[in-house]
Design a protein around this ligand. Structure first.
Ligand code: PMP
Length: 371
């Protein structure tokens, strides 16, 4: 509708940090193409429909006029036995992004004297990192990945200053794909001051098949400055419900609770997450089918001669550099939406079998068109 004429149009200035935040470019839905089923491969979602028991658990709930349990006790209790950790060590959030926001708000920001804390993270990595770090008031220190898409842990350790409060590790790394080994993370933690919080973002952990890859939970058991981030958005396929969590020792958790957003997790999300954990065999079956598809896609791409980083997530990274956007448009004409990072590469999620096959076909056609 129209705004009232002659209203006060004075500038309403936001915090200055807003002017420095990058825009979050969410994965776009595919554009319809005549005669082709369209597929979204641009948000690393689980393409499979909800598990029937999970759908049944949220369907027809009659108590949604009531607030959820602010402490999410039932879900934390379920997770505690699932992970074999104390329930007090778990803090839930609106997605793992909600949990990460709580961690940053708790440990990093602007100091009383107006100077900024520093948060170190690899780049390129999850696009939301610069936004949530910037909003916390802290300064982002981005450390470039190595050419093979892995974190440069030596450079990250060297970037630590007396202003560093939080370090983010992303394993498997979105969007490049590789994961960190347990030995690499141990070596890194040994170099980091013990009053710096090290977040291990394991959003894609269920898709990992390399046995050397770090298990954040075993790191948290040994290191009181580690926080593990996990989510129901990917393997569990509950991205639309927004539920994730962090696991850390009381040295950290006691403060996270103070900063936690009250009622961040809805009652429906909590119930769905509990039900999904109780049907974990079905979750794992579905994850395995996606891992099989990932392996088919990886093999197909290699056969075509594509070079790209090893992936342990539900996505592949094509380091196309200046051709990233051209490739994404090419995919769009075949009704596939993929995620282009201009000048760097394209991230393609593993989707439905037919979507993955079409992706491989289009990669073959793209190579042909260029040679
Ligand atoms: N971490 C990483 C590495 C991600 O890729 C994502 C989702 N793209 C998230 C966290 C956030 O997921 P959610 O908030 O849905 O748990």
């Amino acid at each position: 509708g129209e705004h009232a004429a002659g209203e006060n149009t004075a500038e309403i200035p936001p915090r200055t940090v807003l002017g420095r935040l990058p825009k979050y470019a969410a994965g776009k839905p595919p554009v319809a193409v005549e005669g082709l089923q369209a597929y979204k491969l641009s948000s690393n979602e689980n393409p499979l429909p909800p598990i029937p028991a999970v759908l049944a658990a949220v369907h027809g709930r009659t108590d949604i006029m009531r607030y959820p349990d602010p402490l999410c006790t039932a879900l934390r209790t379920e997770l505690a036995s699932f992970l074999d950790v104390p329930a007090e060590d778990i803090v839930t959030g609106a997605g793992s992004l909600g949990a990460l926001t709580q961690i940053l708000q708790t440990f990093a920001g602007q100091r009383e004297d107006g100077t900024e804390d520093e948060v170190i993270y690899p780049w390129r990595s999850f696009e939301a990192y610069p936004i949530v770090v910037g909003l916390s008031g802290a300064r982002s220190v981005q450390v470039p990945n190595r050419p093979d898409g892995t974190h440069d842990l030596e450079a990250m350790a060297a970037a630590v200053t007396d202003r560093t409060r939080v370090i983010l590790l992303c394993t498997p790394n979105n969007p490049t794909g590789p994961a960190l080994t347990g030995a690499q993370v141990e070596g890194f933690l040994a170099k980091v001051p013990r009053d710096v919080v090290v977040v291990i973002d394991e959003a894609y952990t269920e898709f990992v098949r390399d046995p050397e890859v770090v298990d954040g939970i075993s790191m948290y058991r040994k290191h009181p400055n580690v926080v593990v981030l996990r989510t129901f958005s990917k393997a569990h396929g509950l991205a639309g419900l927004r539920v994730g969590y962090s696991v850390s020792r009381p040295a950290i958790t006691q403060y996270l609770r103070v900063a936690a957003t009250p009622f961040a997790v809805s009652s429906l999300a909590e119930q769905a997450a509990i039900t999904s954990l109780r049907h974990y065999d079905q979750v794992l079956e579905r994850v395995q089918s996606l891992v099989d598809e990932r392996e088919r896609v990886v093999a197909g791409l290699r056969e075509l001669g594509w070079e790209f980083p090893e992936t342990q997530g539900n996505f592949v990274w094509l380091p196309l550099g200046a051709r990233a956007e051209e490739f994404a448009e090419f995919a769009g004409r075949q009704a596939l939406s993929v995620r282009a990072f201009a000048g760097e590469g394209v991230r393609v999620s593993i989707g439905e079998v037919e979507a993955n096959s079409r992706f491989l076909e289009l990669c073959a056609a793209y190579v042909q068109a260029r040679t």
